[in-house]
Design a protein around this ligand. Structure first.
Ligand SMILES: O=C(O)CCC(=O)C(=O)O
Ligand SMILES: [Fe+2]
Length: 254
């Protein structure tokens, strides 16, 4: 999963939580219903964001439960052929009988949902918010401070199928979440290539190829469609983010 790269620059297209109603609808890719903002990234990729998915107090109750009761580990993973300690704590929960998750050469132990009843409660609430969804696995992350992060990657493991829906619930310290379009390769034909054989050219990204969110305590962010095929995401280091953040990403193993 984790193809770590350093950030070249920060995405500038920060999501306005209250888009300007006078904005030209032709240009708008943002729609709002029931506190949920739907952002159309184009080409069949979508992001949904609900800042107040869970109440403030319930979110703190979940935070304290998870911080204390989840068997967090900080595994050694392999990135670009090099072993390193994953820069955040993690844990994995999955229903029985599905293929094992393996990312960056690491296979987490799959805990059972029954061991953590509050996770089942949150799962039910996510299912209610996203009619038709049926998640059966969960990757948990704990960022203990601003140095903890996740680098650019896509959750495009085969076990999630071609168009994975990933629902991410955040607790505690607010952190930036960036999305960046993968560079698309365009074929340069022989004529345009000075008569040389056709070659591949990487198209330069522009501002519409980047999005950023501040993931609030108790928020829900959903990536769906072709977001994992066409985009990468990250939670970068933030020196000033001293407090702990816990994030749950619900996924469906097909
Ligand atoms: O912490 C987050 O918001 C994102 C985590 C993530 O991208 C992942 O676990 O794959
Ligand atoms: Fe991810």
């Amino acid at each position: 999963m984790l193809k770590l790269k350093t950030t070249e620059r920060e995405p500038t297209n920060h999501l306005d939580p209250d888009p300007d109603p006078n904005q030209d609808p032709e240009e708008s890719t943002v729609e709002k219903t029931n506190g949920m903002t739907v952002i159309d990234l184009g080409n069949g990729s979508q992001v949904l964001y609900t800042p107040k998915f869970l109440s403030y107090q319930n979110s703190w109750d979940y935070f304290h439960y998870l911080d204390k009761n989840i068997p967090w580990t900080r595994p050694t993973v392999c990135v670009f052929g090099r072993s390193c300690i994953q820069p955040r704590d993690t844990c994995y929960v999955a229903s029985e009988g599905f293929p094992d998750l393996v990312y960056s050469g690491y296979q987490p132990h799959a805990y059972s949902w029954d061991e953590f009843p509050p996770l089942k409660e949150i799962l039910d609430l996510v299912h209610k918010a996203l009619p038709g969804s049926k998640f059966n696995s969960l990757l948990l992350n704990r960022y203990k401070g601003g140095n903890d992060h996740v680098g650019w990657h896509a959750d495009d493991e085969k076990l999630y199928g071609p168009t994975p829906e990933i629902a991410s619930v955040s607790f505690g310290c607010e952190r930036d979440f960036f999305l960046k379009k993968k560079p698309s390769k365009t074929t340069v034909h022989a004529k345009e290539n000075g008569g040389d054989p056709p070659s591949k050219r990487t198209k330069k990204n522009n501002d519409s190829d980047q999005r950023s969110f501040v993931l609030k305590h108790g928020s829900l962010l959903v990536m769906r469609g072709y977001t994992q095929r066409d985009w990468v995401h990250s939670v970068p280091k933030r020196v000033k983010a001293a407090a702990v953040r816990i994030n749950l990403t619900f996924r469906l193993i097909c």
